[in-house]
Design a binder for this molecule. Structure first.
Ligand code: GLC
Length: 467
């Protein structure tokens, strides 16, 4: 067995081990539920093993979607007591228990990739068509609830929403949030060395915000006006922008197929709505006339929102550092930190030629500083810590997103350098949650789904080489 073959088999085994019957946990015990961006990325790994199972991953995630369109950051499909804060702290009174915030919305980009990579186009079209209303509703939720004043920039309410929990980019804004007012018991440090995890100072504020959302009854307007943490997160904004472009492309592909393709839009009476259950060959994709026109209206709205972000993203260009930066929406202060979030605009295609050159230069110099790719925080930052979660370690899935962005901008050499480093990292250290950016040693949870999935999709398998 070659080394690559062995690594592929090992990666598949990680996903199979973490499968909980239709959805995949990031890792046992530490993260025992379904996480939003983890699951989306994990579905790409499933595509290499079992395509219907990959679609099912997304369908399970969407079971947690709120009536307002939000797809939560965690869906608590079953009760497990190895994680804090669980459903009772979040206090969401819906049939499927979830948290009350979202996560970087990479989902629609992934569904589009799955659609494009699928070997059975009929099944993929059917599954994508059924997911489309939920995906559109999700994106519109971001734009309507998180940018009600049409600024072009959505706002985020919790560092957990960024997916980069204790990134130094949030330090100053988080410090302005009061601490939780009750004694709670963390569980993450039962599983992982506290030296690698966020500190108590941050957790106290993370928990305060969870309480705040519940006490505000999750009311969109109240949160927009009064949440004590409001961030224009350049990572979320970039991922959302790219995902909206991908969603528009997907919608156009499945709603308006070329005349030679089989028609997906068999019209049914107006009350016949689609559902998201698994399709069967006896149940072909069909959309009602009413739903079709609703989707077309959503598509137009998404195009307008996309254009608005494109017009206004310049507000997040921070002249002194020549980078796009996150900005506190309350104080208007830029975060002044170089984190991997500052390179995600490459994925969205933000910036003019000069701004892109600045980002390319930053990418090149950053890559030279450490042996295994992009550290989550720039090694020269005062806040850099090689092992502590989002303050330095390497996260393979973020390196993959940035490599994709670099490739989209024609920065082929940098994209290749990121890929080679990531490959060396997993070959030497396996499928950990994240990696010490100096030694490459695996940190956090072992047998971690997104690292294995990114390996299957990007680093190791043939299909990943195809564009
Ligand atoms: C942590 C990470 C977040 C991830 C989750 C599950 O909270 O910061 O990005 O989604 O764990 O892996």
């Amino acid at each position: 067995m070659t080394d690559t073959h062995h690594l592929i088999e090992k990666a598949k085994q990680v996903l199979i081990t973490n499968d909980r019957g239709g959805y995949t946990v990031p890792t046992d015990k530490l993260y025992p539920f379904q996480w939003n961006w983890d699951s989306a990325i994990t579905a790409l790994g499933w595509m290499q093993i079992d395509e219907p199972r990959a679609w099912q991953e997304i369908e399970m995630l969407i079971k947690g979607q709120w009536p307002n369109g939000m797809i939560p950051h965690i869906v608590f499909h079953e009760e497990v007591d190895t994680y804090f804060p669980g459903p009772s702290v979040w206090g969401v009174d819906l049939p499927v228990k979830t948290t009350s915030i979202s996560q970087p919305p990479v989902l629609a980009s992934i569904v589009n990739m799955m659609y494009e990579a699928s070997t059975d186009k009929a099944i993929a079209t059917d599954r994508a068509l059924k997911l489309l209303p939920a995906l559109m509703k999700y994106h519109l939720w971001w734009y309507r609830d998180r940018d009600p004043e049409n600024t072009g920039l959505v706002v985020s309410y919790h560092p957990w929403e960024s997916g980069m929990d204790n990134s130094p980019a949030w330090d100053k804004s988080l410090a302005a949030v009061p601490p939780a007012t009750w004694q709670y018991q963390r569980k993450d440090t039962d599983h992982i060395d506290a030296e690698e995890r966020p500190k108590a100072f941050e957790y106290d504020r993370f928990v305060y915000l969870v309480d705040f959302f519940r006490q505000a009854d999750f009311d969109a307007d109240t949160l927009y006006r009064t949440c004590p943490y409001r961030m224009y997160d350049i990572g979320i904004i970039s991922i959302l922008h790219k995902a909206t472009a991908d969603l528009i492309a997907l919608a156009e592909a499945v709603l308006m197929p070329a005349p030679s393709n089989s028609p997906n839009l068999s019209r049914l009476p107006a009350d016949e709505h689609i559902n998201t259950s698994a399709p069967t060959s006896e149940h072909p994709s069909v959309l009602s006339l009413a739903l079709t026109s609703e989707l077309m209206a959503s598509l137009n709205e998404l195009k307008q929102r996309y254009a608005l972000t494109q017009q206004n993203i310049g507000k997040l260009w921070h002249v002194p550092s020549n980078t796009f930066q996150s900005q506190d929406a309350i104080t208007q202060a830029f975060s002044h930190e170089l984190t991997t979030g500052t390179l995600l605009p490459l994925l969205a295609g933000f910036g003019d030629k000069t701004q892109k050159q600045h980002m390319q230069h930053l990418l090149q110099t950053w890559l030279q500083l450490k042996p295994y790719g992009l550290s989550s925080t720039h090694p020269k930052s005062n806040e850099f810590e090689a092992k502590r979660y989002w303050r330095g370690p390497i996260w393979v899935h973020v390196n993959w997103l940035i490599a994709m962005g670099a490739e989209l901008q024609g920065f082929e050499d940098e994209a290749k350098a990121i890929k080679n480093s990531a490959k060396a990292l997993i070959e030497q250290n396996g499928y950990f949650e994240y990696f010490d950016c100096e030694s490459g040693v695996g940190c956090g949870g072992d047998t971690f789904s997104w690292t294995a999935a990114v390996s299957l999709h990007w680093l190791l398998t043939q299909k990943a080489e195809k564009k």
